[in-house]
Design a protein around this ligand. Structure first.
Ligand SMILES: *Cc1c(COP(=O)(O)O)cnc(C)c1O
Length: 379
């Protein structure tokens, strides 16, 4: 089946007891057993729930994977992968990461004796150079947040394979509509389903998708043993969100294309990051491994100090100043103080997260209204 058909149908059948076309919200913590251990595949909802199962199967189908796991947040999904590691292990990851990933690496897992090595993942040679005998995991985000750098998923996958290192790609920014890392050599795809997958800014959720059954069993063990799993209401909402992922992504990409063109020559814009421009360093790679360029754009404001940047960021009427991304509504974010506030100033500035950087999550409103809003706020 193709993408849109899977988005609407995968993992979902009419409910066997009533014929309900939409997967019911199985609001139950436990399930009747006929005799001890004799049940219908569901025992206790921390581990298994039918609404969540439908979502997980749909997610797996969209990422061309065999197994899906849904979590109470993207960070819970990340945490579950990191539990596969032991003290002394090393992780190679990007120097331009989502702030929360940086925080869990450096503030949570580093204290358990796991070493994190941050490199420029746009250059596979940098990844290769960092490999040691202790390297157990490569964690890549592409496009990166917020400066939209590209990493070559296949090239890094070849390095991981050659050294038998587990390879995870955070696919939050692209969504499975634009990019399928498992097809390009990743072992696990990670998502903050809070963003494009759910798409309506009303759920916090995470996901992992993978093909290897023994790895799935290991991850399922931590998923159930630690318990960072989502409730059925949220699973239902995310499942509903997925049904329009393809329609939303097309609209996000189209609006972003027009907004990027508008901002490119704007006198108030010093630098613009959007992989659709032919002079973006990741442009050719984006054309190769993605189906379109996505709905995220970052800009550095010309001659703007922190105060001026805050003034501009607060002056929008259609864009909402808020953290997060990937919803139907347009958001504007100031990474240095908001999403990336947990990264030290020196570290973030090295990778371009300067005080006058703003990140746009372009929504699917009428693009003329979005451009008018940008015009007024930048004036
Ligand atoms: C938001 C985000 C996360 C974390 O996900 P939560 O759902 O907020 O826990 C991880 N990676 C990226 C790229 C994100 O944007």
């Amino acid at each position: 089946m193709k993408f849109a058909t899977k988005a609407i149908h995968a993992g979902q059948e009419a409910d066997p007891t009533t014929g309900a076309v939409m997967t019911p919200i199985y609001q139950t913590s436990t399930y009747q057993q006929a005799s001890p251990g004799e049940h219908k595949g569901y025992e206790y909802s921390r581990g298994t729930n039918p609404t969540r199962k439908a979502l997980e199967d749909c997610l797996a189908a969209l990422e061309n994977g065999r197994f899906g796991l849904a979590f109470a947040s993207g960070m819970a999904a990340t945490d579950t992968v990191l539990r596969l590691l032991s003290p002394g292990d090393e992780v190679i990851t990007g120097d331009d990461l989502y702030g929360g990933s940086y925080r869990i690496f450096t503030k949570v897992y580093a204290q358990y004796g796991i070493k994190f090595v941050f490199v420029n993942t746009s250059d596979p040679k940098e990844v290769e150079k960092a490999v040691t005998k202790q390297t157990k995991l490569i964690w890549v985000e592409t496009p990166t947040n917020p400066t939209l750098k590209l990493a070559d998923i296949t090239a890094i996958g070849n390095i991981a394979k050659a050294h038998a290192i587990l390879y995870v790609v955070d696919n939050t920014f692209a969504s499975p509509y634009l990019q399928n890392p498992l097809d390009l050599g990743a072992d696990i795809v990670m998502h903050s389903a809070t963003k494009y997958l759910n798409g309506h800014s009303d759920v916090v959720m995470g996901a992992l998708v993978l093909n290897d059954e023994s790895l799935y069993k290991k991850l399922w063990f931590y998923y159930n043993a630690v318990g960072g799993t989502p409730g059925p209401q949220d699973a239902f909402l995310a499942l509903r969100g997925l049904k329009t992922l393809h329609v939303r992504m097309k609209a996000h990409c189209e609006n972003a294309r027009l907004i990027a063109a508008f901002l490119k020559d704007h006198p108030k814009v010093e630098t613009i990051y959007w992989p659709g421009f032919s002079d973006h360093p990741g442009h050719e790679l984006a054309k190769k491994q993605m189906r379109d360029f996505g709905g995220m754009i970052s800009i550095v404001l010309k001659d703007a100090d922190l105060q001026e940047t805050f003034r501009i960021a607060s002056g929008f009427k259609v864009f909402t100043l808020a953290e997060s991304l990937g919803g139907v509504e347009s958001l504007i974010n100031h990474p240095a103080s908001m999403t990336h506030g947990s990264i030290p100033k020196e570290t973030r500035e090295k990778v371009g997260v300067v005080d006058n950087l703003l990140r746009l999550s372009v929504g699917i409103e009428d693009v003329e209204d979005l451009i008018d809003d940008l015009k007024a706020a930048l004036a």
